[in-house]
Ligand binder design. Structure first.
Ligand code: SF4
Length: 756
C-alpha cells in the first residue's frame, strides 16, 4: 500500500479505481497529491467502460475530502447532541444493545437498511454475516423504492434480470428513462449519438419531458404525466392488431400467450392514444418500427417506476419485446450471469408458485427479500407486538431519500436502538444512537455487484488509493469487530481454517468447503469466517477482499462453462485473476444461444400470463389517471437527473458548476400564467409539505408538469441545506398497489409565486 500512495505532485502514477456515482461504475484512473484526488480520467483498460466517463466523477475529491467526513465513533446524548467515543466502547455497547434487542424481542425485530451504495457492496457482503448472527429477517435498500415492481414481474416471466444490447439494437425504446443523464448502460452517450446519427436505426422515447434523450429521438411519445400505461397498451394493441407479433418465437419459447394476445387485440388504440395525449398516428408509427425491426431493446427506469401503474408498466414494457421476439440475439434483450446477487430471487422465480412473504405489521409484500421502503416507518410507529425495535443503516441516508422524511425521522427516534455506518454525518446519522465512521470508497478494497452484461460480463475489484482516514475503519473490519464481540464463530474452527489458509489455497479450499458441508449454517457467517481466516493469509492490506474468494467460487459453480470460456478453470483461478487485475476482469463469456440457460423456469420458457396484471390491463379502459386536483393542479417530478446532480455522497454544494440550487423547471406557458420569470422564487406545496425553489423556465416541461432535481437539500458544514430536500414533499400514501414503490415522479402540487 505504501508504494501505491502518492505524496505530492501530478507526476504520481495513475492508480486504478472506479466511479461510484451510478451503476455503470466506469473504470477510472486517478493521480493523487497527498490525500487528494488531484487528477481523474477514464481507464482505457476497463473492460466495460473502455476509457469513457461523463463529467460527474471529475470532482470526486469533493466526496473524498471535506468537512462532511467524520473520524470518530459518536454516541447520542439524551439531549440529542453527540459525544465522541472510542472504537472499543462503541463495539462493546452496540453489541450488548443488539444482543439485548434480540434476546427481548427476537432478531427479526432488528431491521437492516442499505449495505452499499452505487460503488460499495463489499461491506454489505460482510453485513450479511452480522444479520445471520443476529437472526435478522427483514431488510431493504434503495432497490425497494425503484425496482421491486420490475423484479416481481421478472420473477414471474422468466426468473431473472433482463437488460438490452443498446449498442447493436436497430430500434431502442426508452421508457421514463433519460440515458443522457442517468446512463444505465456502458458508454451511454456515445451509444446514443451513434443511434441518433444512423438513419437505419430508430430511437423511441416515452417521456412527458423533452429530456436530452427525447430531444435526440426519432420518435418522442410525449405522454401526459402519469399516462404511460395507456401509451404502452396502445403500442401493444397496434402490434397485435396489425399482426406484428413474432408467432414463431411465442410458439417456441413461451407459455400462456393466447389470453394475453386476446386481451391486447381488444385494446382501443385511438381511445388510449387520446388518454395519454399522443397522436395515434405516432403511436402506430412507433409500434410498426418496433414490430418490423430486426432487433429492438427497451429500458424502463424511474420516470415510470416511480409513478402510477408502475408494476403494470413493467409488465407491458416486457410484453413489447417478448411478443416481437426480441430476446436472445444481438441487439435485443438478454438475461445474464451475476458475480453476486444484490437481492434475493422474487417469489415464483423458480417456476414454483413461491411463498409470498409479507411484513409483520402492515402485511406489505416483500419482493426479492426487500421490505417496501414506504412501509418501513409504518413497521415501527405502531404498538403492534411485532413492530421493528432496532435499525442498522449502512452507507445509506434513508432520512433524506425515503418518502415523507418527517415520518421517517419520527420512526427512527421511536426505535430502541439505531446504528449508522457512514463516511459523513448525514441526515440519518443525526438521528442515530451510534454513528460509526467508515473509510471512504477510495480507502479500502471495494467492488459493486452491478454486473448485468451479456455475452461478456465484467467484475472489478478495486484496490485502495489511500490509507483509511485516521479514526475510520473499513466496513469489513467494523463487522468483524462486532461479530467477535458477539462470539459469532467457533474459535476452534477459525483456528483450523486459518492454519489451512496459511498452508496453501488448495488446503484452504478443501477445509472451508468441508466445514460448510458438515455445517451448512456456516454459510451465513461465511464472509466473516473468510475475513478471519483466508483474510489473514492474503498479502498485507488485502484482508477486506477475502469475501471475494467465496463469491468467485459460487460464481464458478453457478456458471462453470461461461467461467471456463472466460479463461478460469475454477473459483481459485477466477479469484486470483480478480486480485491481479485492478481494471476488472470478464468473469463469464457466453454465446447467444446460452442465454436460455439463464431462464429460471422449469420448462425454460417465458410464462407470459400474469393474472394480477392481465386483470389490471383489462381494467385500464375504466381506470382514471391518478393525481391532480383543483387544490394541487401540477404534477411534480421529484428527482430529475441533471448534469450536476448525483447521489447524495456528493454533499459539498461546491461540486456543482451549474444549477447550484437545483432549479424548479416550469413550462413557459405555466410561467406566464403564474407571472414567474427565470430566477424568481416559487413555493411548491404538496399534501405533505412545502418548499421554495429558484425557477427555471424550460421548454423541456409541458404545461402542468414541473420538476426538481435529485441529490439536493443536504446539510453541509458552513452552508446549511442548499436546494430542496424532495422527501419533505412526498407522501407514504402514494405508492404502487403491488410493490409499494413510491410515486416520486408524480407528486400532485401547486405553485405559488414568492414576492421578491
Ligand atoms: S456514467 Fe455513471 S459511472 Fe460512468 S462516469 Fe458517469 S456517473 Fe460515473
Amino acid at each position: 500500500m505504501s508504494t501505491r500512495q502518492a505524496s505530492s505532485g501530478t507526476d504520481e502514477p495513475w492508480l486504478k479505481t472506479a466511479c461510484i456515482l451510478c451503476e455503470c461504475n466506469c473504470g477510472l484512473e486517478v493521480q493523487t497529491a497527498g490525500r487528494t484526488l488531484a487528477r481523474i480520467r477514464g481507464d482505457q483498460a476497463h473492460p466495460g467502460s473502455a476509457g469513457y466517463t461523463c463529467e460527474k466523477p471529475l470532482r470526486l475529491d469533493k466526496y473524498q475530502n471535506g468537512a462532511h467526513r467524520i473520524d470518530t465513533p459518536l454516541r447520542r446524548r439524551p439531549d440529542g447532541s453527540y459525544e465522541e467515543i472510542d472504537w472499543d466502547t462503541a463495539i462493546d455497547e452496540i453489541s450488548a444493545r443488539l444482543s439485548a434487542v434480540r434476546d427481548a424481542y427476537g432478531g427479526d425485530k432488528i431491521f437492516f437498511y442499505g449495505s452499499g451504495g452505487q460503488g460499495n457492496h463489499l461491506g454489505g457482503a460482510y453485513g450479511r454475516a452480522l444479520q445471520a448472527a443476529l437472526g435478522v429477517r427483514h431488510h431493504s435498500n434503495a432497490l425497494a423504492q425503484e425496482k421491486t415492481g420490475e423484479m416481481w414481474v421478472d420473477g414471474k416471466l422468466y426468473g431473472g434480470h433482463t437488460k438490452g444490447d443498446f449498442e447493436h439494437a436497430e430500434v431502442v425504446l426508452f421508457l421514463g428513462k433519460n440515458p443522457w443523464q442517468s446512463h444505465g448502460f456502458p458508454r451511454a452517450r456515445p451509444t446514443l449519438r451513434q443511434i441518433a446519427k444512423d438513419p437505419r436505426r430508430t430511437m423511441i422515447v416515452v417521456d412527458p419531458r423533452r429530456s436530452e434523450t427525447a430531444a435526440m429521438a426519432d420518435i418522442h411519445l410525449r405522454v401526459k404525466p402519469g399516462t404511460d400505461a395507456w401509451c404502452l397498451a396502445a403500442l401493444l394493441g397496434v402490434l397485435v392488431q396489425e399482426n406484428l407479433v413474432d408467432k414463431d418465437f411465442l410458439a417456441a419459447h413461451t407459455t400462456g400467450a393466447e389470453p394475453v394476445l386476446a386481451s391486447l387485440a381488444d385494446v382501443p388504440v385511438a381511445d388510449y392514444a387520446s388518454r395519454c395525449g399522443v397522436d395515434e398516428a405516432l403511436i402506430r408509427q412507433a409500434a410498426r418500427r418496433l414490430g418490423e425491426a430486426s432487433s429492438a431493446a427497451t429500458y424502463e427506469d424511474l420516470g415510470v417506476q416511480q409513478g402510477p401503474n408502475s408494476t403494470l408498466i413493467s409488465y407491458l414494457n416486457k410484453l413489447i419485446w417478448i411478443i416481437t421476439g426480441n430476446f436472445g440475439k444481438p441487439g435485443a434483450m438478454f438475461l445474464h450471469s451475476t458475480f453476486a446477487a444484490l437481492a434475493g430471487p422474487a417469489a415464483g422465480a423458480s417456476g414454483q408458485p413461491g411463498r409470498s412473504r409479507r411484513t409483520p405489521v402492515t402485511g406489505a409484500r416483500i419482493i426479492s427479500g426487500l421490505t417496501p421502503c414506504n412501509s418501513i416507518a409504518e413497521e415501527i410507529l405502531t404498538d403492534h407486538p411485532d413492530r421493528l425495535r432496532a435499525m442498522w443503516i449502512d452507507s445509506a441516508n434513508p432520512a433524506h431519500s425515503l418518502a415523507d422524511s418527517p415520518r421517517f425521522r419520527e420512526a427512527m427516534r421511536a426505535l430502541d436502538l439505531s446504528v449508522v455506518i457512514d463516511v459523513a454525518f448525514t441526515e440519518t446519522a443525526r438521528l442515530a444512537d451510534y454513528v460509526l465512521p467508515a473509510a471512504s470508497q477510495f480507502e479500502k478494497w471495494e467492488a459493486t455487484f452491478f454486473n448485468v452484461d451479456f455475452p461478456v460480463n465484467v467484475f472489478q475489484l478495486r484496490p485502495p488509493v489511500f490509507e483509511p482516514l485516521p479514526g475510520t475503519l473499513a466496513e469489513p473490519e467494523i463487522y468483524a469487530r462486532l461479530l467477535r464481540a458477539l462470539g459469532a464463530a467457533d474459535p476452534e474452527l477459525i483456528g483450523a481454517l486459518t492454519r489451512a489458509a496459511r498452508a496453501g489455497r488448495d488446503e484452504f479450499t478443501a477445509a472451508f468447503f468441508g466445514a460448510v458441508t458438515r455445517d451448512p449454517a456456516l454459510l451465513g457467517l461465511a464472509p466473516f469466517v473468510l475475513y478471519e481466516t483466508l483474510g489473514t493469509a492474503l498479502p498485507d492490506g488485502q484482508r477486506g477482499a477475502a469475501v471475494v474468494w467465496g463469491l468467485a467460487h459460487l460464481c464458478a459453480m453457478a456458471y462453470p462453462d461461461a467461467v471456463r470460456r472466460a479463461g478460469f478453470a475454477d473459483g481459485n483461478a477466477l479469484f486470483d485473476a480478480i486480485m491481479a487485475t485492478p481494471s476488472g476482469v470478464a468473469f463469464t463469456v457466453d454465446r447467444w444461444e446460452d442465454v436460455w440457460n439463464y431462464v429460471r423456469r422449469p420448462d425454460q420458457r417465458f410464462t407470459i400470463e400474469i393474472p394480477e396484471l392481465t386483470e389490471k390491463l383489462s381494467q385500464l379502459g375504466d381506470a382514471g389517471t391518478e393525481g391532480t386536483s383543483p387544490e394541487f393542479p401540477f404534477v411534480l417530478s421529484a428527482g430529475e437527473r441533471r448534469s450536476f446532480t448525483a447521489n447524495t455522497i456528493y454533499r459539498d454544494p461546491a461540486w456543482r458548476r451549474r444549477d447550484a440550487e437545483g432549479a424548479l423547471r416550469v413550462s413557459p406557458s405555466d410561467a406566464r400564467a403564474l407571472g414567474l420569470a427565470d430566477g424568481d422564487i416559487a413555493r411548491v406545496v404538496t399534501e405533505r409539505g412545502a418548499a421554495t425553489a429558484v425557477v427555471e423556465i424550460s421548454d423541456m416541461m409541458q404545461p402542468g408538469h414541473v420538476s426538481l432535481p435529485n441529490g439536493l437539500g443536504l446539510d453541509y458544514p458552513g452552508h446549511g441545506p442548499v436546494g430542496v430536500a424532495l422527501n419533505d414533499l412526498t407522501s407514504l400514501r402514494r405508492r404502487d398497489w403491488l410493490a409499494g414503490t413510491p410515486w416520486h415522479k408524480h407528486v400532485p402540487a401547486r405553485l405559488e409565486r414568492v414576492p421578491s
